[in-house]
Design a protein around this ligand. Structure first.
Ligand code: GLN
Length: 486
């Protein structure tokens, strides 16, 4: 096995035993990036020199016996997490030359843990999208099939993990952007409970929905990264002062006594790729064999989730993105000689089509006279959806569903049809509306060899039961061991 192919847990064992150095590991990852990233396009920036320096420092710490689970481990980070002094573009022309003067809390935690950040990954502009085609810089390709999208908006992160261009990655999930690309690229991705991981220094898209989460090669690595990034942060007023359990401790507990809810509203074959339907059915059966008890639950307001999300997310985005006015940050169009026109052309040239579409929808939905009919109504629907989950979780510990109704589609196939693209988020965005945690874990392959993900959702702040369900499933099926032939 080549060093860049290792999981975090295995690399840590070798580092600790001094059988490999972080420098060798990092070099191997950098060579892998040089070998395949011109085909995949997962990275916007690679910090070769800095990564090697950090790796050398990690090796010195390890020599002194100072080693934590992420010391010396090469990781990638989605390009909307502020990294002090290192370019953070958010996939947008408007932030093309933005060098943050501070670290996001998550970046700080990774650095303090001794992790080596090798680069920043490509993404849909401002995290708006499901295919990574909305990046202002480049297309990212799915390592399993280079004609296909990797999913979005954390598609660069998912592709970088799937093609071994890092050992693990950090993404963000506002309506599915960690779980959906994880599912399309055959890796593990978790969206934690809202408030579990600090959003300080995460470039805001829709503040009441955004959560940072890890993408990894397996469930153990995911639990391990969650241990490092979780926890209360006084700099994020929505972060919750709850104790963080050791997520790796719950993995090996059996599934006896765990009850899984199967939402009847999700259980129709309509609009669902038959390969996805079958893989998820098989996964449910497998979990039953492993000791889980399945019951039917109901999430009656599911059909309104997409509509509510696509009012709330653009509304919050329109407010958050007002700050990019050509004055305070980033790109300014210099062709105008008065202020109002400078604002206008800066935004027209700085933002891509999808971002402009969302700003227009959001501004409309929030405007006087329309607020109650749109944002207000969507917020009421959001409460009903949250309540659906609360009631369902009276009967079960986890809820099982597909992550996406399809596997990775072709580049260009849906980009001109935003509504169809929005509909594909049907299984993931309810978790963001309700603030609950969810994971995507590989559960099979389509006939054309594309990965499929199983979604496991849990109650607020009960990531542990999700992890143990996912871990038991992974160990029994081992889909995560299949790798793309890049
Ligand atoms: N696809 C969804 C959107 O476009 C979700 C994106 C995300 O989670 N960042 O809004």
């Amino acid at each position: 096995m080549k060093l860049h192919e290792l999981s975090i847990v295995k690399a840590h064992t070798l580092l600790k035993a001094k059988e490999v150095s972080s420098k060798e590991l990092t070099q191997s990852v950098l060579e892998r990036i040089a070998e395949v990233d011109d085909r995949v396009g997962a990275y916007i920036s690679v910090f070769e020199e800095d990564a090697l320096k950090t790796a050398e420092k990690a090796d010195k710490d390890i020599a002194k016996g100072c080693i934590g689970p992420l010391t010396g481990i090469p990781l990638s980070v989605k390009d909307l997490i502020c990294t002090k002094g290192f370019r953070t573009t958010c996939g947008s022309k408007i932030l093309e030359n933005f060098y943050p003067p501070y670290d996001a809390t998550v970046a700080k935690k990774l650095k303090e843990a001794g992790a080596v950040i090798v680069g920043k990954t490509n993404m849909d502009e401002f995290a708006m999208g499901s295919s990574n085609e909305n990046s202002a810089f480049k297309v990212t390709r799915n390592p399993w099939n280079l004609e296909r999208i990797p999913g979005g908006s954390s598609g660069g992160s998912a592709a970088s993990v799937a093609s071994n261009m890092c050992l693990g990655s950090i993404g963000s999930d506002t309506g599915g952007s960690v779980r959906q690309p994880a599912s399309f690229c055959g890796v593990v991705g978790m969206k934690p409970t809202y408030g579990r991981v600090s959003r300080f220094g995460l470039v805001a898209f829709a503040s009441s929905l955004d959560q940072i989460g890890p993408l990894t090669k397996d469930v153990s690595d995911c639990a391990l990264m969650m241990n490092v990034i979780s926890g209360y942060d006084p700099k994020d007023s929505t972060s919750v002062p709850e104790d963080v359990p050791d997520y790796t401790a719950s993995l090996r507990q059996g599934l006896k006594g765990v009850v899984a809810g199967i939402p009847k509203e999700y259980n129709s074959q309509e609009g669902l790729d038959p390969d996805v339907y079958n893989a998820v059915q098989d996964a449910v059966r497998k979990l039953e064999e492993l000791g889980i008890e399945c019951v039917e639950v109901s999430l009656p307001h599911t059909e309104y989730a997409v509509a509510a999300y696509y009012v709330i997310a653009p509304s919050e985005a329109s407010s958050n993105l007002a700050r990019y006015d050509g004055v305070k940050y980033g790109f300014r169009d210099m062709s105008q000689d008065d202020l109002i026109n400078m604002y206008r052309t800066t935004k027209s040239k700085g933002f891509g089509t999808e971002v402009q579409r969302r700003i227009i929808i959001g501004t409309y939905a929030l405007s006087a006279g329309y607020y109650d009919a749109y944002y207000g109504k969507a917020s009421q629907v959001r409460t009903l959806i949250t309540d659906d989950f609360r009631k369902a979780f009276e009967k079960c510990d986890v809820i099982l569903s597909p992550v996406s109704p399809t596997t990775a589609f072709k580049i260009g196939e849906k980009i001109d049809d935003p509504l169809t693209m929005y509909m594909l988020d049907v299984f993931t965005l309810s978790a963001n509306l309700a603030g609950i945690p969810g994971i995507s874990v590989p559960c099979g392959f389509s006939k054309d060899n594309l990965p499929i993900g199983l979604q496991i959702m849990g109650k607020h702040f009960n990531e542990q039961v999700i992890f143990k369900t996912a871990f038991n499933f992974e160990q029994a099926t081992r889909f995560h061991e299949r790798k793309p032939g890049l």
